[in-house]
Design a protein. Sequence first.
Length: 183
Amino acid sequence: MAPAPRLTLSELPPAARAIAAAATDAIAAAQAGDTTAFDDACSRLLTDPEHARVILGDTVRLLLEEILPDGVDGDDLREIIGRCAQTAGPWFPGVDPGVMVVVLSGALGIHPDTPPDPRPGEDEPPVLDDPWDAVPPRPTAAAVTQHAVVLLADLLSVRGRPLRGYLEAAFTEMARRETVEQP
């Protein structure tokens, strides 16, 4: 089966185009250190928080895969979070490295509601009452959105490429997943 053709932003339905426009505006505002425009664009992303979360997370993952093609380790994550927090700190005083960890772990598919793999010799992994207890307190959708945007602004600066192609790839991937999930 041939892969689905890549979607362009102009081919997206209106709700998806609104997410793409808000993400583009939010990232541009983050790169410029424009708090007012950043807050406005992030608020627009929160009109559809679930789809925005998926698109922002997929875009973070795509950029990480290009920037670190041999994989991501703890030192890489510390460097990214440190650089990002230092860059955003002057204009985004609410920057929280812990929320960046949540964004990065979600983008990499490490979800707190996923139990750990069993240890050698065990049949099943240990059961955790609430895996989110390890991430106090649980970040709000607004905080996750803001920190995803800040991370994307940083990763795009490192990569030196425009956002558009990454957004198109993220929307294409989301459309593919939705097609596969339908009966």
